[in-house]
Design a protein around this ligand. Structure first.
Ligand code: SF4
Length: 351
């Protein structure tokens, strides 16, 4: 169990268990989280309730997917001695705070969240006209504020969500306080480097496009996926020069290859000195170098999933304690504490 820190700032982040994590999740989240473990007091969670906001109709895989995500947390290098890992639905205090926040959050704030409109238009085949989907930024605010998170690591597109969390915190503090002291801090977004990670078809790597390289893909699968990956369309023949800056394989090299390989790619591609097959082989080497140690770490838990489950339970219990402390303050500030109060003293006496 990580020691409670009074000096380190607190960081909060989660991942939805909607399938097996892929390289995009690694580059966009896990890799950064691993680096944050020693710098911040970190809470990382599996956001299974958030998965329900879009995948509510079929929950058969949600628990299995949650375990997969946990195994990849551990595989990537998250360490239960240095951070707290937990599962959202095992800390039901998130739901109580979500309910209280939903009372004070104006509908207009939710309707103007950019990803709300965007996802309703782009995700077809699912009815997202639900109360839960509209309200997921409120649940997100509860997830963050129940731990009084100082920072939330996000990509550029998620910044409006953190801003909404800050607005909800401000609105709560405006209505309720503890003898003049605000209950919630206003968390800041911690912008994660936005590396462009293309999938095998050249579009952004995403489960919904079916273009992912999974963190659990064995080496032959990685090599096969790379072989079929799209390249710079200008290289029709082997003798045509190309440009790694417009090639998805070039983007992979920029993220994963060492400078010497990158130099060979730049020179060889632009002069048609190398073929795409050779270049993809180098990219596959770089990916395998990243994935092999992760898969080796994962094996220990795959062989004994109970070990992983115990980590999750211990983390959830620790998260619960912190969440309880915050909820006690919230109830007191709202004049709704659970303690007995004599009649006549019932006017938010703990304020
Ligand atoms: S040589 Fe490499 S970078 Fe150039 S087009 Fe082929 S795969 Fe892309």
């Amino acid at each position: 169990m990580p020691p409670r820190s009074n000096t380190r700032k607190r960081v909060l982040s989660g991942m939805r268990p909607t399938g097996k994590p892929h390289l995009g999740n690694f580059v966009g989240a896990l890799d950064n989280w691993v680096r944050m473990q020693d710098q911040y007091e970190c809470f990382f969670f599996i956001a299974d309730w958030h998965a329900l906001t879009s995948d509510y109709a079929d929950t058969a895989q949600i628990k299995a997917n949650s375990i997969e995500v946990l195994l990849d947390f551990l595989a990537a290098g998250l360490d239960p001695e240095r951070c707290t890992m937990f599962i959202q639905s095992h800390v039901p205090q998130h739901a109580e705070l979500n309910l209280l926040f939903s009372m004070i959050t104006p509908l207009g704030w939710l309707e103007r969240v950019p990803t709300y409109k965007e996802q309703r238009e782009n995700i077809t085949g699912k009815d997202l006209g639900t109360y839960g989907f509209l309200g997921y930024p409120v649940l997100q605010a509860a997830d963050i504020l129940i731990y009084k998170g100082d920072f939330v690591p996000v990509g550029e597109d998620q910044v409006p969500h953190v801003e909404l969390t800050r607005e909800i915190a401000r609105r709560f503090n405006m209505f309720y306080n503890l003898k003049g002291r605000p209950v919630f801090p206003e968390p800041q977004p911690l912008l994660t480097p936005a590396a462009k990670l293309p999938g095998t078809d050249g579009r952004k790597m995403s489960k919904s496009y079916g273009n992912t390289i999974l963190l659990t893909d064995p080496e032959p699968v990685v090599r096969q996926k790379l072989k079929t990956m799209v390249t710079d369309p200008a290289r029709i023949r082997r003798s045509d020069p190309g440009n790694p800056d417009v090639c998805p394989v070039g983007d992979l090299h920029k993220i994963f290859s060492d400078p010497a390989t990158m130099a060979k790619v730049n020179e060889g591609c632009r002069s048609a000195g190398i073929g795409c097959i050779e270049c993809k082989g180098w990219a596959a080497d770089a990916l395998v170098n990243i994935l092999n140690p992760m898969q080796a770490r994962r094996k220990k838990y795959e062989d004994n999933p109970r070990l992983a489950w115990d980590i999750l339970e211990e983390g959830s219990a620790r998260a619960s304690k912190v969440a309880d402390t915050t909820l006690r303050e919230v109830r007191a500030a709202m004049g709704m504490s659970l303690e007995y109060e004599a009649p006549g003293k019932l006017s938010a006496s703990e304020k």
